[in-house]
Design a protein around this ligand. Structure first.
Ligand code: SIN
Length: 280
């Protein structure tokens, strides 16, 4: 089989064919996929006949499992979470705001893998925003203002006992476990160099970022709001359409992502793993 990588033609993303993910991958193939991943940031592998064992093996090949707080894994698996919405569910769409997975951790996951389990007939695209492009296209004066800022991250707005996912009036079918640990904070540069490619880009966004070190809170939030608007601007965004049998992997260090709706009355389920932080 010959690996084929077809760029989406958009801000990021490529479709990878000529590979069977139900089989173990040899080191050369893993290296080829990694190269494509670093170049395109989001890779979609269509037409795979795979299950949870294959998802785990794939994740391990790219750096091992990341730590996943605030979710209970699916029964019988330690590292797989279900991103699920039942057909009749009325709670807000999970993860509808731009984010980089678990950016509030000291060692956030390098990447995330999502495997289609139940795909609605329409809607439910995952949007990705290329943060290298967002940085590159920023006017130089703005770059000078933002280049050295240190962002303060926290899970509190989403996963604390008062956070979005603790709301008692909403019933998420996903097994989300809010907790006190969500109040912790962690700093990361706002515009780090990618640890593997050296390319700079915004890392994470308002929501998981709750402030800027050394900056008054109202000023920081106003600034982060403006930056977020830019980060998710249309020229940087690619919409990944889901197909049954598809696996998608993305690089949290170079893209933001968000879920979308548009499939009311239909069930959607994907199994998710995170790829551990890259420690070179
Ligand atoms: C996520 O943020 O992990 C979920 C993305 C999606 O449901 O499309």
């Amino acid at each position: 089989m010959t690996l084929r990588v077809e760029p989406s033609g958009g801000a990021c993303g490529a479709r990878v064919t000529g590979i069977d993910l139900s089989q173990p991958l040899d080191p050369e193939t893993i290296a080829e996929i990694r190269k494509a991943w670093l170049e395109h940031h989001v890779l979609a592998f269509p037409d795979q006949a795979i299950g949870d064992d294959d998802l785990e093996r794939f994740t391990l090949a790219f750096g091992g499992f990341g730590e996943d707080p605030f979710f209970a894994p699916i029964p019988g698996r330690e590292h797989i979470a279900a991103i699920r919405r039942e057909a009749e569910e009325t709670s807000p769409i999970f993860a509808e705001n731009w984010h980089a997975d678990w950016s509030f951790r000291e060692h956030p996951p390098a990447g995330t893998c999502l495997m289609a389990v139940d795909i609605p007939p329409h809607g439910g695209d995952t949007h990705f925003a290329n943060q290298h492009l967002a940085w590159d296209m920023l006017p130089e004066v703005r770059k000078a203002e933002l280049a050295d800022l240190i962002a303060v991250h926290s899970a509190r707005l989403a996963y604390s006992p008062e956070g979005t996912y603790a709301a008692r009036d909403k019933q998420w079918s996903m097994d989300i476990r809010p907790g006190e640990a969500a109040y912790a904070t962690q700093t990361h540069p706002l515009v780090p160099a990618h640890p593997e490619t050296g390319r700079r880009g915004f890392y994470s966004t308002l929501g998981y970022i709750i402030g800027i070190e050394g900056m008054a809170q109202d000023r920081a939030i106003a600034l982060l709001r403006e930056v977020q608007q830019w980060q998710g601007d249309e020229p940087f965004v690619f919409a990944q359409k889901w197909e049954p049998g598809m696996l998608v992997m993305w690089d949290n260090r170079s893209v933001l992502h968000r879920a979308t709706g548009g499939y009311e009355g239909h069930r959607r389920e994907l199994h998710r793993t995170t790829i551990a932080a890259w420690r070179g």
